[in-house]
Design a protein around this ligand. Structure first.
Ligand code: GLV
Ligand code: MN
Ligand code: MN
Length: 414
């Protein structure tokens, strides 16, 4: 089997998709259910339709484009990723898995390959937590990791529920209908940029991911006492932002304290009330992202952060409340897909290594209903979630070839 990639067309498509953005290029902002998201989805659906793929869109906007196999009754092989982009990010995160997945299918179609199992490209809704505060919304719902009741409980920063926002975007129907039976897919393989520096540093073309770190996230509400920034004297203040600042540093300190490279913690949101230069902050909301490949170690850090919060609250006479958003288990790749990926790398004569993913992906949740594996390609300086995110066309091309071969191998009836 000789697989050729139409590199120029794939580049043009990546560029065209990047133009659906609320930020000026090179930055990309594409928040789920925004106008730009709707435009991007429309463009993608049209594109998928050109290659004979059968479309299905579920009640939260997860989109399935199926290339029917000669044995359509068998569980299908799936690939895909997301195209929502966090504010001021780049054009490759998720996109490489969607457009690269499409190119892998086209490459197989061009050589006349006829799959036995159907091959399905999935565009997941809201892998990024930007709008509703929780990542992998679509794949969590598909895999039954999140209850349909979130329709009425998840809200965006305008206070609108998921139900209202998705219906406004044209995605109707009950969320109960989303959950897929466990035998829907015989395999799911996601192509993604590494979002870290290892492949580039080691000059390796393909990362075969064996496990995905366990993500957790939570909100902290710090309640102090506001007042006039001039009139109120310093002694006895209960400044919520000063307490929050100590908490931010405690988060960093406790993550570093494990001494493990795989423990990472980030405070990515800090909202200060009332947010006036001459007013003492009375209320602060922080959002914390904490991850580790070792779930127990992650939970140990979480416990340390909680006790630091209690100590800071007492000493500074503020109230600190913690609300968990998610605390998920790590995901493991399936040995048979790791083997298929290794064989594909060898057939394509590209260098490869096994590695972990510290970022989460839709694969993390697809792993609950299907055997999965994640494939990485290098990205420049390991940069991601920034406008200067970059993956070289040749690196994307190698990833797509490996994906195409792997999908072909996995699509055999047994
Ligand atoms: C995904 O974008 C993540 O935050 O890991
Ligand atoms: Mn991302
Ligand atoms: Mn991603």
């Amino acid at each position: 089997m000789h697989i050729e990639i139409d590199q120029d067309r794939l580049n043009e498509e990546i560029e065209a998709l990047a133009a659906f953005s609320d930020a000026e290029a090179p930055a990309v902002t594409r928040v789920v259910f925004s106008e730009r998201d709707a435009e991007a989805r429309g463009w993608l659906q049209e594109l998928f339709g050109k290659y004979g793929l059968t479309l299905r869109v579920d009640a939260v906007g997860n989109t399935f484009a199926r290339w029917s196999g000669s044995r359509p009754e068998l569980p299908a092989v799936a690939t895909g990723s997301h195209v929502d982009a966090i504010p001021y990010s780049g054009r490759y995160d998720g996109v490489v898995g969607v457009l690269g997945g499409l190119e892998a299918i086209r490459a197989l179609q061009r050589i006349g390959f006829k799959p036995e199992r159907s091959i399905e490209l999935i565009l997941f809704t809201a892998e990024e937590p930007t709008r509703f505060g929780i990542g992998c919304l679509g794949s969590r719902l598909l895999s039954g990791t999140l209850a349909a009741s979130v329709d009425k409980t998840l809200r965006d920063d305008q206070g609108d529920t998921l139900q209202v926002v998705r219906q406004r975007a044209g995605f109707t129907g009950p969320l109960e209908s989303l959950r897929l039976p466990a035998d829907t897919y015989s395999a799911f393989v996601e192509l993604h940029i590494e979002q870290g520096p290892i492949l580039e540093r080691e000059k390796i073309a393909i990362g075969i991911v064996t496990n995905i770190a366990a993500p957790a996230s939570f909100r902290l509400f710090i309640e102090g006492e506001g007042g006039h920034a001039g009139g109120r004297l310093m002694p006895g203040r209960r400044d919520a932002l000063c307490a929050a600042s100590e908490i931010v540093l405690a988060v960093e300190r406790n993550a570093l304290a494990t001494g493990a490279i795989d423990t990472v913690a980030t405070v990515g949101i800090c909202q200060v009330h009332p947010g006036a230069i001459n007013s003492i902050p009375s209320r602060v909301e922080l959002a914390v992202d904490l991850r580790d490949t070792d779930e127990k170690r992650r939970d140990g850090v979480l416990a340390q952060i909680k006790s630091a919060c209690a100590e800071i609250a007492e000493r500074r006479k503020v109230e600190v409340k913690l609300e968990m958003i998610n605390a998920d288990a790590p995901a493991l790749s399936a040995p048979q897909i790791l083997e298929a990926l290794t064989a594909a790398c060898e057939a394509e004569n590209v260098s490869h290594r096994r590695m972990v993913s510290r970022a989460y992906h839709d694969s993390s949740f697809m792993a609950r209903i299907a055997p999965v594996a994640l494939v990485f390609i290098p990205c420049r300086d390991g940069v991601s979630h920034r406008p200067d995110e970059y993956a070289a066309p040749e690196d994307i091309g190698r990833g797509v070839k490996v994906l195409a071969r792997t999908l072909a191998a996995l699509s055999k009836a047994n």
